[in-house]
Each structure stands twice: as C-alpha cells, then as structure tokens.
Design a binder for this molecule. Structure first.
Ligand SMILES: Cc1ncc(COP(=O)(O)O)c(C=O)c1O
Length: 463
C-alpha cells in the first residue's frame, strides 16, 4: 500500500526519492516508483551551477534578427527564421485578421468541427506552389513526420532511414510497425547495400532530410532516389530546412534537384522559413486522402489555429512575391561560410544557412555559447548525443534580414572567443575536413567529470 506524506503535489526538488524538502508528496511503497528517475535527475542543475546552462533562455521581446534577454539586445543567430518573415508586419496583420474572423482557435480536429476555409486555402496554395496534387496540414512538422510514418507503413515494410535524420523522423519510425533500417549518413552506396538484402515482398520506404538540421548539408537526392527506384522503394523528403531556402522559388530540395516527379512524398514545416508553426505533407491525391483518414496525429488533435494558418498563407505569398529575400539569405550564408573558414573555424560539410561551428570539447562549447551570449549573440550549442562525443558544435543559422554589421560583429566575436578558449590550438582542428567523418581528430576532451556529467544531460537539441 502506498502512503503520501501530504497532498500538496508530487514532485521532489532535492534529488532524493526518499527525502522531501519542500512538502511535496512522495509515494512510499515497495513498488517501483516511475518518478524515482525524476527525483534523481540533477544533471541540468550541475550545468546551471557552473553558469553554463544554455537552454530555455527567456526572450522578452523579438525584433526579427535581434531579441531582448535580461533587458539586453542580442543578435539572433540561433533561429530558423530564414527569411525574416516571422515578424513581418503583413504576416502579423494576416494572423490578426484570421483571428478576428475565426477566433483564437478551432477547438477541434479538422475531421470533426475544426476545418476552416483557411486550412483548405493554405493546402491549395501549397499544392500549387509545390506542383503536387494534394497537401494535408498537420498541427506541427513533428506530427507530419509521425503521421506519415505511423500510418503508411505496416509490419511487413521497411523504413530506410539516414542516420542523421531529425528526431521527429526517428520517433515516427518508432511509432510505425515497420522495421527501421538506418544507413550511413548521405550514402547512396550504404542505402543500396541495405536495399539489396530486402525481399521483394517487403514494402520499402526511404526517408531523408532535404537539409540536415545539425550539419547543414544537402541530401544527395539524385543518387539516393536512383538507388531507391531500382529497388521499388518509395521516397520521402523532409523539407523542414529547405523550404524557403533551396529551389528556384524556395520550394525545397526536391525542386532544387528538379526531381519533383521522382519523389513520392514531401514533408514541410511552417516553423522555419514561413515563420510560424505547423507542418504538411504533399503528394498524390490517393496518398493524401489515405493519410487524411488514417493518420492519428492528424485526426485526433486540434487543427492549426486561425492566426497560424492566416499568417502562413500570407508568408507563403510574400516568399513568392519577394524573391530577393532568398537572394539575400544566400548572400549572408556565403559571407558566413567564407568568414568562418578564413578565421580557421571548421564548419564541416554545410552547404546552407545552417552553419555548425565545430568546437570539439563539450565544456568548451558550453563556455563558448555563454561568452557569445555575454557579448550579445544568441546561439546554442549542440553536444553529445545530438552530435558525436567530442564533436560539440555551436549551431548557427542565418537570416535574409541580418545586416552586414551584425554578421561582421558575429565573426569578430567568434574569432576573439575562439582564441581565448584555445580552440585553434590543435592543428588537426584546421586540417580536419568534416566534423562528421571520424578522420582522426584527437580532440581534447579531458574536461573531467563535469564534462561527463554534462554530456548526458545537455545533448538534446531541438532543431
Ligand atoms: C528536419 C526537421 N524535421 C521536422 C521538424 C519538426 O518541425 P516542427 O517544428 O514543425 O514540429 C524539424 C524541427 O526542428 C526539423 O528540423
């Protein structure tokens, strides 16, 4: 029988499942308590006590490429607001107008009471833009990946999954009955080796990110889809970081390579270039109709809020009406690629506005991020397990609206802190070609116990 010390709550802040310093209730019983791990979880507080915790920073105001934290202005180089549309007055006005017309929420699923005209308008506009038969909106991009993978694949199927695919794809694979077969990042040869072993009776589904969210590299789609076709494998591309970035009009990776007729299903998000939240799948009519009636995270969740839908619809129009945004984004991107490289930083294999700066040591990456913050720059680190141990990065990303002065300041500040923290001291740092390929760097990861403790807790990177 279980006994509680009081009825105030159920947490325990002192990291001890038997003690209770703040009057919260604790189950005392011989049965396993599922909260024990929560009471014992204290790794984040270690990082906090070192003054190096880089997550959940409070943003008090946003002015596009700058934000206010602790009353101080910071240059934002950690967002996915690639085209700077999230704060565009016309997008904000469209969101307000949609709210006035439909209210603050739809209070139900599209399936039942939550299907407003704006949802259908947005689906139609996206289908036209992407030259696809049909589109289905989801409440997040995460749900779009999960909805597709969990409903389309059966237990006799196999998902061929790039090892560096986004967490939402990994979780989608987990929620699917199909077998997941990971393959070496961006390797069509590795994909072929996996496909070769599968019988014809197995339904095959290749899933790749168009632009990989940590490394910033672009999927080798021409090679991948060729191999996939040879083995009767369907192709699915996550365009989260490529929509508004790649393609003649920002349509994404598939259009960038001119492979629209070769890719079966595209997934995208509104949480990056389109400056809002939500996601979608774009494909053929029968597939979209199937998903509409089978994808549980579409059917059993409230539909996109009117403000979001109206704002995204306007942002999609502006992206097409103002192609100079994409041109400026690439101008800024090339400036930063060149700038970091000429300073001696290793930016891996990036080809896009996602620019990871290799730091190496976990603790130095946290120190680096903290010093950047103190110098007025908002960027987040990614440490193990988001990246390989000893290959910690500062993940930066650039926007069309960043000014030359802002970008020069970012480069100067990185150079200063890089020297202060001695990250260039190892000659292998400069000579290394990529951070992904384990090419014999001997990183200094002798940061001792603190680094060990931090790496387990701080790996989660939400990009
Ligand atoms: C590659 C990729 N796919 C999917 C998602 C999920 O998108 P959303 O933020 O719309 O849930 C993200 C978001 O970080 C992403 O980077």
């Amino acid at each position: 029988m279980s006994k509680t010390t009081n009825d105030q709550g159920n947490g325990n802040s002192n990291g001890n499942s038997n003690g209770n310093s703040n009057g919260n209730s604790i189950a005392i019983s011989s049965h396993k308590d599922v909260f024990t791990k929560c009471y014992e979880f204290n790794q984040h507080t270690k990082a906090q006590s070192l003054g190096l915790y880089p997550y959940f920073r409070t943003i008090e105001a946003t002015m596009g490429n700058q934000v206010v934290c602790n009353g101080e202005t910071k240059i934002m180089i950690g967002s996915n607001n690639y085209l700077g549309l999230a704060q565009d007055e016309r997008v904000v006005e469209a969101a307000i107008a949609a709210t006035r017309k439909y209210g603050s929420g739809c209070t139900g699923s599209r399936f039942l009471n939550g299907n407003i005209k704006l949802h259908e308008d947005l689906e139609e506009a996206l289908a036209k833009f992407l030259k696809r038969e049909a589109v289905l909106l989801f409440s997040t991009g995460f749900f779009a990946n999960q909805g597709a993978l969990s409903s389309l694949l059966e237990n006799t199927d196999a998902i061929l999954c790039d090892r560096e695919n986004h967490a939402s794809i990994i979780d989608g694979c987990k929620s699917s009955l199909a077998k997941t077969i990971p393959f070496k990042h961006n390797s069509a040869d590795a994909l072929r080796r996996r496909l070769k072993r599968l019988p014809e009776t197995t339904g095959k589904f290749l899933v790749v990110d168009g632009v990989f969210s940590m490394s910033g590299d672009i999927v080798d789609l021409p090679a991948m889809q060729k191999v996939a076709k040879e083995y009767g494998c369907r192709v699915y591309v996550d365009e989260a970081h490529s929509l508004g970035v790649l393609g003649p009009k920002g349509e994404g990776t598939v259009h960038h390579f001119g492979l629209n007729s070769e890719v079966d299903l595209m997934m995208g998000t509104f949480s990056k270039s389109l400056g809002s939240m939500g996601g979608f799948l774009a494909g053929s009519k029968p597939v979209i109709e199937f998903l509409k009636h089978k994808a549980r995270c579409f059917m059993f969740t409230a539909s996109l809020a009117p403000a979001v839908t109206g704002g995204v619809l306007r942002a999609l129009e502006l992206m097409q009406e103002e192609p100079e945004r994409i041109t400026k984004l690439w101008k800024n991107t090339y400036k930063m690629h060149e700038g970091f490289k000429s300073l001696g930083f290793n930016i891996g294999t990036t080809q896009t506005p996602v620019v990871p700066i290799l730091i190496g040591s976990e603790i130095k990456a946290l120190q680096f991020a903290q010093r950047l913050f103190e110098a007025g720059i908002f960027a987040t680190p990614a440490v193990f397990p988001a990246v390989r141990y000893g290959e910690a990065i500062i993940r930066t990303s650039y926007m069309a609206t960043h000014t030359t002065d802002e970008l020069d300041y970012v480069l100067d500040t990185f150079a200063r802190i890089g020297k202060e923290l001695g990250i260039f001291d190892d000659s292998a740092y400069r000579e290394g070609t990529t951070r992904r390929v384990n090419n014999g760097y001997d990183f200094d990861v002798q940061d001792g116990e603190e680094s060990e403790a931090l790496r387990a807790s701080l790996g989660a990177n939400p990009q």
